[in-house]
Design a protein around this ligand. Structure first.
Ligand SMILES: [Ca+2]
Length: 258
Protein backbone atom coordinates (compact mmCIF):
# COMPACT_ATOMS: atom_id res chain seq x y z
CA UNK A 1 0.00 0.00 0.00
CA UNK A 2 2.80 2.43 0.92
CA UNK A 3 4.57 1.76 -2.33
CA UNK A 4 1.40 2.48 -4.25
CA UNK A 5 0.95 5.85 -2.50
CA UNK A 6 4.57 6.75 -3.15
CA UNK A 7 4.15 5.87 -6.80
CA UNK A 8 1.09 8.10 -7.06
CA UNK A 9 2.92 10.96 -5.33
CA UNK A 10 5.88 10.58 -7.68
CA UNK A 11 3.58 10.57 -10.70
CA UNK A 12 1.81 13.70 -9.46
CA UNK A 13 5.17 15.42 -8.96
CA UNK A 14 6.35 14.50 -12.46
CA UNK A 15 3.08 15.71 -13.93
CA UNK A 16 3.38 19.03 -12.12
CA UNK A 17 7.02 19.40 -13.13
CA UNK A 18 6.23 18.75 -16.80
CA UNK A 19 3.24 21.10 -17.00
CA UNK A 20 4.31 24.08 -19.08
CA UNK A 21 3.84 27.53 -17.60
CA UNK A 22 1.12 29.66 -19.06
CA UNK A 23 3.11 32.51 -20.62
CA UNK A 24 0.30 34.98 -19.93
CA UNK A 25 0.31 34.59 -16.17
CA UNK A 26 3.04 35.59 -13.76
CA UNK A 27 4.73 32.97 -11.62
CA UNK A 28 2.20 30.75 -9.90
CA UNK A 29 0.50 31.31 -6.58
CA UNK A 30 3.27 29.63 -4.60
CA UNK A 31 4.88 32.24 -2.39
CA UNK A 32 6.83 32.24 0.85
CA UNK A 33 3.67 32.71 2.89
CA UNK A 34 2.10 29.37 3.62
CA UNK A 35 -1.38 30.29 4.92
CA UNK A 36 -1.15 27.48 7.49
CA UNK A 37 1.84 29.18 9.11
CA UNK A 38 0.05 32.44 9.73
CA UNK A 39 -0.71 33.53 13.27
CA UNK A 40 -4.23 32.42 14.11
CA UNK A 41 -5.03 35.22 16.54
CA UNK A 42 -3.95 38.85 16.40
CA UNK A 43 -3.37 40.48 19.79
CA UNK A 44 -5.25 43.68 19.14
CA UNK A 45 -8.26 43.78 21.47
CA UNK A 46 -10.55 42.75 18.62
CA UNK A 47 -12.03 39.33 19.27
CA UNK A 48 -13.58 38.49 15.89
CA UNK A 49 -10.59 36.18 15.20
CA UNK A 50 -11.64 34.01 18.16
CA UNK A 51 -15.11 33.59 16.70
CA UNK A 52 -13.54 32.50 13.40
CA UNK A 53 -11.62 29.57 14.96
CA UNK A 54 -12.84 25.99 14.53
CA UNK A 55 -14.74 25.62 17.82
CA UNK A 56 -13.82 21.94 18.08
CA UNK A 57 -10.18 22.98 18.53
CA UNK A 58 -10.74 25.57 21.25
CA UNK A 59 -10.83 24.47 24.91
CA UNK A 60 -13.41 26.37 26.98
CA UNK A 61 -14.06 26.63 30.72
CA UNK A 62 -17.03 28.58 32.10
CA UNK A 63 -17.45 29.86 35.62
CA UNK A 64 -19.45 27.44 37.76
CA UNK A 65 -22.20 29.51 39.47
CA UNK A 66 -21.74 27.37 42.60
CA UNK A 67 -18.01 28.06 42.76
CA UNK A 68 -16.66 30.68 45.20
CA UNK A 69 -16.12 33.15 42.32
CA UNK A 70 -18.13 35.16 39.83
CA UNK A 71 -15.81 37.86 38.41
CA UNK A 72 -14.45 35.93 35.42
CA UNK A 73 -17.09 34.31 33.25
CA UNK A 74 -15.07 32.11 30.90
CA UNK A 75 -11.66 31.27 29.47
CA UNK A 76 -10.72 29.83 26.08
CA UNK A 77 -7.42 28.35 24.93
CA UNK A 78 -6.23 27.58 21.42
CA UNK A 79 -2.74 26.21 20.68
CA UNK A 80 -0.93 25.83 17.37
CA UNK A 81 2.70 24.67 17.00
CA UNK A 82 4.08 28.19 17.50
CA UNK A 83 1.79 29.84 20.04
CA UNK A 84 -0.70 29.25 22.82
CA UNK A 85 -3.54 31.79 22.80
CA UNK A 86 -5.69 32.62 25.83
CA UNK A 87 -8.96 34.53 25.97
CA UNK A 88 -11.09 35.43 28.95
CA UNK A 89 -14.17 37.46 29.77
CA UNK A 90 -14.79 39.44 32.95
CA UNK A 91 -18.35 39.86 34.22
CA UNK A 92 -19.66 42.88 32.36
CA UNK A 93 -21.30 44.24 35.51
CA UNK A 94 -17.98 44.16 37.42
CA UNK A 95 -15.32 45.11 34.87
CA UNK A 96 -15.53 48.90 35.24
CA UNK A 97 -15.24 48.78 39.01
CA UNK A 98 -12.40 46.24 38.82
CA UNK A 99 -10.38 48.38 36.42
CA UNK A 100 -11.02 51.48 38.52
CA UNK A 101 -9.75 49.63 41.60
CA UNK A 102 -6.34 49.19 39.95
CA UNK A 103 -5.01 52.72 40.48
CA UNK A 104 -2.21 54.37 42.40
CA UNK A 105 -0.07 52.49 44.88
CA UNK A 106 -0.53 50.43 48.02
CA UNK A 107 1.72 49.16 50.81
CA UNK A 108 2.50 45.52 50.15
CA UNK A 109 3.04 42.73 52.71
CA UNK A 110 6.73 43.65 52.91
CA UNK A 111 5.87 47.24 53.82
CA UNK A 112 6.88 48.62 50.43
CA UNK A 113 4.89 51.00 48.28
CA UNK A 114 3.90 49.10 45.11
CA UNK A 115 1.80 49.86 42.01
CA UNK A 116 -1.79 48.75 42.56
CA UNK A 117 -2.60 46.43 39.66
CA UNK A 118 -4.82 43.57 38.52
CA UNK A 119 -2.70 40.47 37.99
CA UNK A 120 -3.02 37.01 36.57
CA UNK A 121 -1.17 33.73 36.51
CA UNK A 122 -1.18 31.28 33.65
CA UNK A 123 -0.66 27.89 35.31
CA UNK A 124 0.87 25.14 33.18
CA UNK A 125 1.55 21.45 33.55
CA UNK A 126 3.83 20.06 30.88
CA UNK A 127 5.23 16.77 32.21
CA UNK A 128 2.12 14.60 31.88
CA UNK A 129 1.91 13.82 35.60
CA UNK A 130 -0.20 15.58 38.21
CA UNK A 131 1.17 14.85 41.66
CA UNK A 132 4.47 16.75 41.75
CA UNK A 133 4.69 20.52 41.40
CA UNK A 134 2.45 23.15 42.98
CA UNK A 135 -0.65 21.82 44.73
CA UNK A 136 -2.85 24.92 45.04
CA UNK A 137 -5.75 26.39 43.03
CA UNK A 138 -6.42 23.45 40.70
CA UNK A 139 -7.28 19.82 41.40
CA UNK A 140 -4.02 18.72 39.77
CA UNK A 141 -0.48 19.88 40.52
CA UNK A 142 1.38 21.92 37.92
CA UNK A 143 4.97 22.94 37.28
CA UNK A 144 4.96 26.48 35.87
CA UNK A 145 3.33 29.84 36.43
CA UNK A 146 3.54 32.88 34.17
CA UNK A 147 2.64 35.88 36.30
CA UNK A 148 2.04 39.37 34.97
CA UNK A 149 0.03 42.58 35.01
CA UNK A 150 -3.44 42.65 33.49
CA UNK A 151 -4.40 46.20 34.36
CA UNK A 152 -3.02 49.34 35.97
CA UNK A 153 -3.84 53.05 36.10
CA UNK A 154 -7.48 52.06 35.70
CA UNK A 155 -7.05 50.42 32.30
CA UNK A 156 -5.98 47.18 30.65
CA UNK A 157 -2.24 46.53 30.42
CA UNK A 158 -0.36 44.21 28.02
CA UNK A 159 0.74 41.28 30.28
CA UNK A 160 4.13 41.68 28.51
CA UNK A 161 5.88 41.98 31.89
CA UNK A 162 4.95 38.40 32.81
CA UNK A 163 7.70 36.32 34.40
CA UNK A 164 8.06 32.56 34.08
CA UNK A 165 8.56 30.54 37.27
CA UNK A 166 9.03 26.81 37.73
CA UNK A 167 8.25 24.78 40.86
CA UNK A 168 11.52 23.07 41.76
CA UNK A 169 12.16 21.43 45.15
CA UNK A 170 8.96 22.99 46.57
CA UNK A 171 10.08 26.51 45.68
CA UNK A 172 9.25 28.86 42.81
CA UNK A 173 12.36 29.50 40.72
CA UNK A 174 12.30 32.35 38.18
CA UNK A 175 13.51 30.91 34.87
CA UNK A 176 12.66 33.86 32.61
CA UNK A 177 12.18 37.53 33.45
CA UNK A 178 9.41 39.65 31.97
CA UNK A 179 9.62 41.94 28.97
CA UNK A 180 11.42 39.48 26.68
CA UNK A 181 8.52 38.61 24.41
CA UNK A 182 7.22 35.50 26.18
CA UNK A 183 3.70 36.95 26.40
CA UNK A 184 1.71 39.76 24.86
CA UNK A 185 -1.87 40.69 25.62
CA UNK A 186 -4.60 43.20 24.84
CA UNK A 187 -7.88 43.99 26.58
CA UNK A 188 -10.97 45.78 25.39
CA UNK A 189 -14.19 46.21 27.33
CA UNK A 190 -14.67 43.06 29.40
CA UNK A 191 -12.47 40.80 27.23
CA UNK A 192 -8.73 40.07 27.05
CA UNK A 193 -6.50 37.99 24.75
CA UNK A 194 -2.94 36.76 25.23
CA UNK A 195 -0.33 35.16 22.99
CA UNK A 196 2.31 32.90 24.57
CA UNK A 197 5.34 32.12 22.38
CA UNK A 198 6.15 28.42 22.70
CA UNK A 199 9.76 28.65 21.50
CA UNK A 200 10.66 31.12 24.27
CA UNK A 201 8.82 29.07 26.88
CA UNK A 202 10.54 25.90 25.76
CA UNK A 203 14.00 27.48 25.60
CA UNK A 204 13.61 28.53 29.24
CA UNK A 205 11.93 25.28 30.34
CA UNK A 206 14.56 23.15 28.61
CA UNK A 207 17.38 25.09 30.25
CA UNK A 208 16.22 24.74 33.85
CA UNK A 209 17.57 22.22 36.34
CA UNK A 210 14.39 20.14 35.74
CA UNK A 211 13.75 20.44 32.00
CA UNK A 212 10.03 20.14 31.25
CA UNK A 213 9.31 21.69 27.85
CA UNK A 214 5.76 21.92 26.53
CA UNK A 215 4.75 19.13 24.16
CA UNK A 216 1.74 18.74 21.89
CA UNK A 217 -0.52 18.02 24.87
CA UNK A 218 -0.41 19.99 28.12
CA UNK A 219 -2.74 21.26 30.87
CA UNK A 220 -3.48 24.82 31.87
CA UNK A 221 -5.61 27.09 34.02
CA UNK A 222 -5.77 30.74 35.08
CA UNK A 223 -5.74 32.47 38.44
CA UNK A 224 -6.84 36.09 38.76
CA UNK A 225 -5.94 38.70 41.37
CA UNK A 226 -7.82 41.93 42.11
CA UNK A 227 -6.49 45.13 43.64
CA UNK A 228 -3.79 44.66 46.31
CA UNK A 229 -3.39 41.02 45.23
CA UNK A 230 -6.82 40.04 46.55
CA UNK A 231 -8.14 36.71 45.29
CA UNK A 232 -10.46 37.25 42.32
CA UNK A 233 -11.03 33.95 40.51
CA UNK A 234 -9.69 30.64 39.30
CA UNK A 235 -10.63 29.03 36.01
CA UNK A 236 -11.54 26.27 35.50
CA UNK A 237 -13.46 26.10 38.77
CA UNK A 238 -16.17 23.86 40.21
CA UNK A 239 -19.06 23.82 42.66
CA UNK A 240 -18.10 23.70 46.33
CA UNK A 241 -18.73 20.20 47.71
CA UNK A 242 -17.64 18.19 50.73
CA UNK A 243 -14.86 16.70 48.60
CA UNK A 244 -13.87 20.02 47.06
CA UNK A 245 -14.35 22.69 49.71
CA UNK A 246 -12.32 25.24 47.74
CA UNK A 247 -14.21 24.93 44.47
CA UNK A 248 -11.05 24.20 42.50
CA UNK A 249 -11.41 22.78 39.00
CA UNK A 250 -9.61 20.35 36.74
CA UNK A 251 -7.10 22.07 34.50
CA UNK A 252 -8.02 22.22 30.81
CA UNK A 253 -6.20 19.72 28.64
CA UNK A 254 -4.94 21.36 25.46
CA UNK A 255 -4.19 19.44 22.28
CA UNK A 256 -2.08 21.41 19.81
CA UNK A 257 -3.80 22.02 16.46
CA UNK A 258 -1.26 20.83 13.88
CA1 LIG B 1 -7.66 39.53 18.26
Amino acid sequence: MKKFVLFLAATAFMFAACTPKDPDTPDGPDGPDDPEEQVAITIDGNFDDWAALDASKVAVAKNDPNSPWDAVKQMRVYANPDFVFYYFEIDNAQVKELLESAVGTYINSEGKESPNTLNMRINLNTDGEFTSGYENYHLQCYDFIIEGTLAQDGKWDTFADATLHQRINKKWVTIMNGGQGLTMGAGNGNKFEIMLTRELFNNAAAGSSEPKPMGDIFQTGLRFYGAEWSELSNLPNAAITDDNAQGWGNMLEIVTDK
